[in-house]
Design a protein around this ligand. Structure first.
Ligand code: PNS
Length: 162
């Protein structure tokens, strides 16, 4: 079975990696797809986000990385995949994710959204907080793999911290 883990990954964090590693054990193939979130302006370019994902997910043989410009449901149809995997952190994620799961089902009734609970260590982590810490000289060691830490810090410097 193919699972699809969709997000903006701006940038990928240990929280995403935790969900991807755990979900990849449950399926034959897991596709990590970078999509557009219409309410967020990304900090990192699409190429940078894909590069960071490739650097931190290379150890997972059944994980593919992709990107798509349209609706997640259309991507699911294209890939003949029916399972969307989402990580749920706190109650605050719940309403938004439920809404999206129901909207997606109206467009593609065969699609199922599988929610996985974020590990307790990462249940308060978000890409936005990583960026805020990084921009202001905070320590991001606990939140992103060491192999991409300097890239993230460097890119934020390049963009003037935006
Ligand atoms: O990591 P994010 O930003 O919470 O991920 C949200 C994302 C990108 C998965 C979501 O915005 C999305 O599915 N975007 C693609 C367009 C789409 O299908 N929207 C949902 C129905 S309107």
């Amino acid at each position: 079975m193919i699972f699809v883990c969709a997000g903006s990954f701006d940038p990928v964090t240990n929280g995403h990696i935790d969900i991807i590693e755990r979900a990849s054990i449950l399926c034959d193939k897991l596709i990590v797809v970078v999509l557009k979130n219409s309410v967020k302006i990304p900090t990192f370019t699409l190429d940078d986000r894909l590069d960071l994902l490739r650097r931190v997910l290379g150890h997972l043989p059944n994980v593919e990385i992709d990107h798509y410009a349209g609706l997640l449901v259309d991507y699911m149809k294209l890939k003949k995949a029916r399972v969307i995997v989402k990580g749920l952190r706190a109650v605050s994620d719940y309403e938004y994710e439920m809404q999206m799961a129901h909207i997606n089902k109206t467009q593609y009734p065969e699609v199922e959204t599988l929610f996985m609970t974020a590990s307790i260590n990462y249940s308060y982590l978000s890409s936005s907080f990583v960026k805020e810490l990084a921009r202001n000289g905070g320590n991001i060691d606990f939140f992103v793999p060491s192999i991409i830490k300097d890239l993230i810090l460097g890119k934020l410097k390049d963009t003037g911290g935006n």
